[in-house]
Design a binder for this molecule. Sequence first.
Ligand code: NI
Length: 285
Amino acid sequence: MSAASSSETSTGFKIQDVFQHLWSDYTAFNPQAKRIYDLLLAREQKAEPTLHSLANDHIALRTFNIPRIGLEALSRLFERHGYAKGGEYEFKDKKLRAWHLEHPDESLPRVFISELELEKLSSFVRETAEAAAESLTTEDVSREDFLWSRRKWKASHATYLKLLEESEYAAWMYAFGFRSNHFTISFNALETFKDLQELNQFIRAQGIELNVSGGEIKGSPAVYLEQSSTLAEPTQVTFDEGTKTIPACYYEFARRYPLPDGQLYQGFVSSSADKIFESTDVKKK
Ligand code: NI
């Protein structure tokens, strides 16, 4: 047996497999994302017939700040594959903090992990999150497949609605558990669009709604990052009371600009990410 490669661990997952599992889980819940991916790939292949896949700028993961399952615990699952922390972010109104992780191999996506700061929320939110996480062990969280383990707890729709009043993020976590919240098309790797506006127009022309909170495009060349996203697709979720349809996951599009030193900007812009989070908001009637 040869020396262990940096992309392999005792749990047997290669980092590419981790993203493949996350993608399979994500598209199973969010078939619209697969449709968008296939449409864009087909369009790009007309310009470049040998192209076989589209680049992913980043994935996003959500959790509660309970140490066993928190931001640091999830980050370790990527750090063991050579990822390192690239930036820290704070979302005061949403009571979240986040890190982005990046890998020296630029073909691997960035990983954006946020966690809900439970001590800043009501005892109802805190106790619901703690009860949900109760059955999850350190052992469970030490395996990469925890990242797409979905929801291990029973959930009630009444509790979901009550969480929603206080924190959309808490309600989403409670309903869906552990999985990728979104994947992101890298605009920079696309050849057939002149700008993000044109890409958005292409998406809208397919009858797909975009998140317009904070404007259709968040950010600008001045902050080296422009982002847009679809609105989360409604999905059927099983609750104690029966099946309900609620917003699940969205697809994001990101265009990065070079810094004055010529290097492509690698980070995230808090004011933009703050609005992107609202892509999973339940639409107000
Ligand atoms: Ni994102």
